[in-house]
Design a protein around this ligand. Structure first.
Ligand code: CP3
Length: 346
């Protein structure tokens, strides 16, 4: 398959510099906001035709190399037994929160029927049929720890108190939850691959809540397990280890094929070490808020990233933001970034 994203994973020549954006479908697009007037976020995710339409919206507007399926990392918590709600201005709510052995036994299904998530597969199918073959379709899931934080806290959190209390106070329950999430994620990712995803991404957005030592000990082994699984069905894996550069520095080819670098990472410092994951490719790491800057500054920061990888890891970089696009960014700024990439001789 001659897709610029897949070529960058193999270090192969491409005619285009691969680029896509985290959260490229969403509220910053007027065509998304128009649909959002009629449907709730969950309704949009759960209706394959609408999810497919939203997935393709940014590709109709911008010269991108990949689509990421419109879904959410929290959807798999529903077949596991929690109720998921997105309350306006409150973010997600998971009911009931799972904080004790009794909660886990009473409310969580140990053999979840992931067929409940077939609507994601149907949406992937619809998108793959419409997407030009050189453009990659990315399926995704939350990594076990990041999803566990929502299962345990019952919502987003600033200090991860209940999660860390369980990790340190009742490690056996914590690992039961992690193992269950790891197993269900395997099934979910495989279903997405079979439904048409060309490659897969794991989001570990909150892995920086724990110390690097605890990350290595309690979180990373599950990522290795998921990478082995994804490899067994022949797909490539992108992994986002969150904001902490030290966590990112532990990642090797045994954990993923592409390491997504957050914008908190200084590229020069990060790559200034001997043991650099042999064979890894990289994705990132423009600060999405640079999109509020003047055109010349947006272009300059874009070029700096392009030149860095041209020199350091030619043909092994996928351009992206370091973390998701936010709703207020001007669309014209994103066009400038893409234009600068298309002007670049690599
Ligand atoms: O990137 C894409 O375009 C694909 C879609 C996607 C969404 N969520 C859609 C979404 C992806 C990849 C995600 C992942 C996700 N979801 C993460 C990890 C990625 C990251 O940013 O680190 C997390 C932590 C979640 C959980 C989640 N979903 C939260 C905390 C929220 C509320 C915050 C907010 O922006 O309102 C969501 C809702 C959500 N997921 C929206 C979208 C487009 C906003 C829904 C809306 O109000 O329109």
């Amino acid at each position: 398959m001659n897709q610029p994203l897949l070529n960058a994973i193999e270090g192969k020549e491409s005619s285009r510099y691969p680029v896509w954006f985290l959260r490229q479908a969403g509220r910053y697009l007027p065509e998304y906001r128009a649909l959002k007037e009629k449907y709730s976020f969950l309704e949009m995710c759960q209706n394959p035709k609408i999810a497919a339409e939203v997935t393709l919206q940014p590709l109709a507007r911008f010269d991108l190399d990949a689509a990421i399926i419109f879904a959410d990392i929290l959807l798999p918590l529903v077949p596991l037994g929690q109720t998921l709600n997105f309350k306006k201005d409150h973010g997600p709510l998971l009911i009931p929160p799972i904080r004790t052995e009794e909660d886990f036994e009473n409310f969580i299904s140990k053999t979840p029927s992931l067929e409940d998530l077939n609507y994601v597969g149907e949406a992937l199918n619809l998108v793959r049929a419409k997407l030009p073959k050189e453009k990659s379709l990315i399926g995704f899931a939350g990594a076990p720890f990041t999803v566990a934080t929502y299962m345990i806290e019952g919502s987003g959190t600033k200090n991860f108190h209940h999660t860390k209390r369980m990790l340190f106070g009742d490690p056996s329950l914590f690992h039961k939850i992690m193992s269950l999430l790891c197993e269900s994620t395997k099934t979910y990712l495989k279903m997405q691959a079979e439904a048409g995803a060309d490659l897969l991404m794991l989001f570990d957005s909150w892995a920086s809540a724990v110390s690097p030592m605890d990350y290595k000990k309690h979180i990373l082994p599950y990522i290795k397990e998921l990478k082995t699984e994804v490899e067994s069905f022949g797909k490539k894996l992108i992994y986002y280890p969150g904001q902490n550069p030290q966590n990112a520095s532990f990642i090797t080819k045994r954990h993923c094929d592409v390491l997504h670098l957050d914008w908190h990472i200084d590229l020069n410092l990060f790559f200034n070490k001997e043991d650099q994951g042999e064979g890894l490719s990289y994705q990132g790491n423009l600060d999405p808020q640079i999109l509020f800057a003047k055109e010349e500054d947006i272009r300059k920061q874009t070029r700096e990233i392009l030149y860095f990888f041209k020199e350091k890891y030619p043909k092994r970089h996928i351009f992206n933001v370091g973390h998701g696009l936010i709703p207020e960014i001007p669309i014209s700024s994103l066009e400038k970034v893409i234009d600068e990439i298309r002007l670049f001789r690599f």
